[in-house]
Write a protein that binds this ligand. Sequence first.
Ligand SMILES: Nc1ncnc2c1ncn2[C@@H]1O[C@H](COP(=O)(O)OP(=O)(O)OP(=O)(O)O)[C@@H](O)[C@H]1O
Ligand SMILES: [Mg+2]
Length: 294
Amino acid sequence: MNNAVLKTQFNLEGVSLFRRGKVRDVYDLGEFLLIVSTDRLSAFDVIMNEPIPDKGKMLTSLSKFWFNHLGSVAPNHYVGTDIIERYPVFRQVSSLVDGRSMIVKKAKVIPFECIVRGYLMGSAYREYLKSGTIFGDKAPENLKKGYKFDEPIFTPSTKAEEGHDENISFELMKSSIGSLAETLKSYSLKLFEEATNYAITKGIVIADTKFEFGIIDDEIIVIDEIFTPDSSRFILKEDYDNGFVDKSMDKEFVRNYLSSIKWNKEPPAPTIPEEIINKTQSRYREITKMIIGN
Ligand SMILES: Nc1ncnc2c1ncn2[C@@H]1O[C@H](COP(=O)(O)OP(=O)(O)OP(=O)(O)O)[C@@H](O)[C@H]1O
Ligand SMILES: [Mg+2]
């Protein structure tokens, strides 16, 4: 059944649109926010026309699982997913919110992306190929893509309002937000360690991930989504062990397809063939099942 949700627009008493992101529609509920994860797919920061049916439900289930599992490592914004019980006005639009929404605490967003990398991949690998450095530090020669770092590294970036985020040094982050930066780094590394330890027991390598943090009354909390395939690079352990480090469990088929047609990464987005959509959906399904079961 294809009942994908591409966009929501609620006209409900006491509910106003707070922000529409690339993937999530966020509503203001007064004390709390409602994050509705749609089935929108973004690649290279452009939203595709085709949805991945149920992706928003899978992302919501995963974030909920991890917020509960990691709540003792760092506080987070999770309040609940029992939307209609708490806010009965949503009954009229239940098919648009059921399973894909989360009530969260409203925080002041700290404008940095807190990235942790356990492996040499992505932009870290591109930098290494170009200049032989890893985030500015001289690195040994002949490292392979997917090389496992001795210790995971914290590599923040700015959260750009428009366009692409930009990697910055930890020093620059400290000069901008002071000792807060140390707290974000420490939380990020601890969360990464706990989650990777868990994931490996399920046959999954988490190569890297991104967190966002916010502040409520001087308390720093994890916000947004956590350890989903949209925010993390998951590789099956079996694939990793066999050297297939590029076979990540997320938008790999979409990215490969977009490269194959030499799309210039500028809107409008090209049409994505159904086969690619289906394969991508299967990847999201598989990873969700492996992490939380069912
Ligand atoms: N607890 C929270 N309080 C306030 N804002 C939040 C909270 N959790 C998430 N957000 C914000 O909600 C939005 C979620 O939407 P989405 O992830 O689709 O946006 P995005 O396209 O990635 O945009 P951005 O670049 O702003 O993150 C993000 O802007 C995120 O910072
Ligand atoms: Mg986001």
